[in-house]
Ligand binder design. Structure first.
Ligand code: ATP
Ligand code: MG
Length: 325
């Protein structure tokens, strides 16, 4: 088992020095990865304040050039793949991972790296953009309901119904396009939506779908750096649009909306993770750790078979072995 003592208090906080990591066995590194997300997890949001959560950390795990960052992510991803195999085999629980963030915070990269080792058959990714005419003809959860993960699967939402209390709240013209009866559009609509979302998530939890909600907490300064890179590097030009700059102007309003939604929709079975996202390697490790935590809480096991089935398997084996070539 893990040598827990090898994980010092300092490194468990995500600020370990190179030497501390160097002294760890791979099992200890794995334990470290597993614990890392804890301090960014919000399970009851009452007093949550965004300003209490960092956008960057001082750790070797945050430095792309450090082998330890790659090693820790690799360990986490391997464990994730092993657990996903059991999730799939057991075919009862499912996991929904929601990614929300400002532009260029690294959603796509996190999804790509963290899910890289897992069986594609057991994973479904859905990106939610501005709703289509058909989608606007329904309530806002409709398009999300259709894409919930099947039993035994991991579903990933790249943006989600949380846009309904983010972009739609920041730009109320989106609300006007939703064709709601006028009587229902009141100043209380955002509280109602947060309440409905909370109830919806509880409904999912009660049906065996656990949630991991990731807010990639990038700083405004780092976003500017990434936008400039997208403008300057030809192979990144396609990632930048004028609309990104427009949304940046509403940074403060977006942060207020994030704070409000994290305060109102964080629970033990559907926690938010406020992930420092200025350093991509660190963010990815925390995401892997958060997903591992949720999968572990399911206490997954391969389906067990009874004595009669084992005997039957032995008979089938005999039959196969006695086949003529
Ligand atoms: P990238 O990081 O690559 O830019 P993205 O998730 O921002 O990825 P885009 O195609 O740039 O993808 O943007 C999708 C846009 O759709 C976002 O600006 C988002 O706010 C918007 N959107 C998503 N859901 C809704 C909604 N319900 N109503 C209005 N706009 C929405
Ligand atoms: Mg975008």
């Amino acid at each position: 088992m893990a040598k827990k003592e090898a994980v010092s208090k300092k490194s468990a906080k995500g600020s370990g020095s190179k030497d501390e990591f160097a002294a760890m066995s791979s099992q200890a590194l794995f334990e470290h990865t597993r614990e890392l997300s804890k301090k960014y997890r919000i399970t009851g949001g009452g007093k949550f304040k965004l300003k209490d959560f960092p956008t960057s950390v001082d750790s070797d795990l945050a430095r792309e050039e450090k082998p330890v960052a790659q090693q820790v992510l690799q360990t986490g991803v391997e464990e994730l793949a092993a657990m996903q195999d059991k999730l799939y085999a057991q075919d009862k629980w499912s996991l929904l991972v929601i990614f929300q963030a400002m532009d260029a915070a690294g959603k796509d990269g996190a999804i790509k790296h963290v899910m890289s080792g897992i069986n594609p058959q057991g994973c479904q990714v859905t990106s939610f953009k501005s709703p289509s005419a058909e989608e606007l003809n329904h309530d806002y959860l409709w398009r999300c309901m259709k894409n919930l993960p099947e039993r035994g699967r991991i579903g990933i939402f790249n943006r989600s119904y949380y846009e309904e209390v983010l972009v739609v709240r920041v730009h109320e013209n989106f609300l006007a396009s939703q064709k709601l009866p006028e009587k229902l559009v009141t100043p209380g609509i955002w509280d109602e939506r947060l309440n409905d979302i909370s109830n919806f998530e509880e409904y999912l939890n009660n049906n065996g779908i656990l949630l991991v909600k990731i807010f990639l907490n990038v700083s405004k300064k780092e976003q500017k750096k990434r936008f400039l890179e997208r403008i300057d590097k030809p192979d990144k030009n396609w990632k930048f649009s004028k609309a990104d700059l427009t949304e940046r102007k509403f940074w403060k309003q977006y942060m207020e909306c994030y704070e409000d939604l994290i305060r109102n929709t964080s629970t033990k079975r559907s926690p938010w993770y406020v992930v420092p996202a200025d350093d991509k390697p660190f963010a990815r490790i925390v995401v892997a750790s958060a997903i591992l935590h949720a999968l572990e809480s399911m206490k997954l096991e391969y389906p067990k078979i009874g004595k009669a089935e084992i005997a039957e398997l032995q008979n089938l084996k005999k039959e196969l072995l006695s086949e003529e070539e």
